[in-house]
Design a protein around this ligand. Sequence first.
Ligand SMILES: [Zn+2]
Length: 241
Amino acid sequence: MSKWQAEKAEKNRQSLARLHMVLPRIFPSAVLSWALARPFVPPTPRLAVDSYWRVHPIRADRLARALAARSGAPTSWTWQLGDNRKHRLPATYRTPPAPYRERVYAQGPGFCCVCGRPVYRFGWHVDLWDSGANMNANWHCACVIAWQFWNAPSDYTRLLGRLQARRCGQSGGRLWKSAEVDHRVPLFRVWSEHRETPWPDLLNYWGLPNLQLINRDVHAAKCALEARDRRAARLLEAELN
Ligand SMILES: [Zn+2]
């Protein structure tokens, strides 16, 4: 065994001992088996949960949208943009709408600001321990990852490429290394044409249902077409006014 391997084995032995010492009797089994199979075992339950969701962004995306569906939007909420930081409205339509992040609808500690559901131990979304909401948390671990996925889908090109079996989402041709992430329905159109879609269905436009990896030339052509449509829509609007 090389020196590096010996150090790794020792580090894992310590992490495992620490994890077993603090691990509650009840713990999500999928997370535990994931953690135990890591080359470097996470030393705490919380790190195990974080690491589990980090490598399962698609699952996190689906879960966050499902949890949000259970909350529904607050009664008087509508999707609005704003640059007043006090109200915590998103400044651009590129940011996924999230009512519970806004000042007026924020539910305070123990509730997730993305989906609006209670957050439990270890940032988990189910109270497996019957210990009530975790008052030190306002994000589910899964929702943190979903939020990153929605805001920066281009960080997940490899994963999307795998899901599409290395085929361009638009042309069906072989996917090149330079392929880019695209929103099937562009976000400017979500804002201009689908703004009234009830929340959280709106979130589907940021999640996997609206994402595809496409080759760069196909993407450029699609963007040019979209820009043309946008100009035409603006002209029509000006004429009508
Ligand atoms: Zn959440």
